[in-house]
Design a protein around this ligand. Sequence first.
Ligand SMILES: [Fe+2]
Ligand SMILES: [Fe+2]
Length: 437
Amino acid sequence: MESITRRGFLAAATAATAGAAIADDTAAKEEVRDPFLGTQGEPLKVGAPCLQSPAETTMGVSWAVSGLSKGVVECADNPAMINARVQKSGGYGLLPIDTSALQVRLTGLKPATRYWYRTVTTPFTDYSNIYDAKLGEPVVSKIYSFSTLGSGARSHFCAINDTHARWKSYQLVAAKLKELAPAAVIWNGDATNTTQKKSTAVKIFLNPPIDDSDWAAELPTMFESGNHDFRGSWISRKEEVVLPRDPAERRSDQWDLKWNFAVRIGEIAAIGLDTGEDKPDGHPKWFGLANFSPYRKAQAEWLAEQFKRPEIAAAKFKVVFCHIPLFAAPGSAAYPHDGAVIDPEDFAHWSRECSELWGQTLENAGVRLVVCGHQHCYRFDPPSDGRNWAQVVGGGPDLNRKGRGPTVIEGFVDGSDKLRLRVHDLISGGLLLDTAV
Ligand SMILES: [Fe+2]
Ligand SMILES: [Fe+2]
């Protein structure tokens, strides 16, 4: 082409050559190391199980593996595992195997009942083809225990937020959760930063490099995404690591509301909502991929329906969990940053859209408390005119800046007609808040 200068042609030719070299190199590496060909003599490492998406009659179990393997969970109503039931991964047809994370959903459980369980993970040492595939020795975990949720469960939750893969502060959170031992933990978003590959998500959710990496083996976790949990080229597949709610919990046209929950934790009805990204869908950073406004509207419909369910309507204490706050006091420094328009700070302090879509429903249903994160700074907003629910906002992962450190938000029923609410400051070891709502 006449229009291409010699300099331009050389640049293009160099780029094409360099690209070819990278492709060849990658192909060579994949040929040697393709993990789907089996563990190939590497010993299989298996992480502690993580309890996910608990419900009255189901419990999810996910765990990290270091190589191609299959997994089952054995579950029994006694610690000796007598008459244990074996639950395989997946559903009908071919059961999934994987090189980094396995997932099983236990079903048919009794509400508010204690069970014992262990994972059994068997590596494929060689999977060059189906006819010659070979299994290695199964790795059997130690026996752990959990209790299902329901109106008869202990009325005790903890909420954590904005751990952001900052391991020192995450360890403080994990240790406090083990100490408090609630019936369920609500993991209220921003667990991640930017997730470009599955191994990052596996490390954060299933196998963190902290002393108490097994904290979720006996504490069921209910995850709600934060804005960061939508960032990165891999993150749209996070259900491969964070098991969604059982599809049977919702209508078929609501199956894409994968992590929304409305479940009884004793006298508490816990409702989980996803506030999505913290900037408008039209923000240039989203490259046209953001579709959060319709998502928030679909959740508004789902939310109103949940409060009509007899077991949710009958709960004495209704508590909502979502990552981005639903309220900022007019006139406060946070108030202008509402996520509704492209913000000069590029950071929403609260979500006006979620507030407008969900706020009246929370009011009508008698919700007492909304638990949030996102701001990386503890905050408590007592009820005020026209808003009968209190809002509590947890802290962030920064250990070096006063007021920005990690918290655990704890709620429990102490026999009074109010819900006891505590916010644990994990730096000082003291309480930032001890009140009743
Ligand atoms: Fe955050
Ligand atoms: Fe956030």
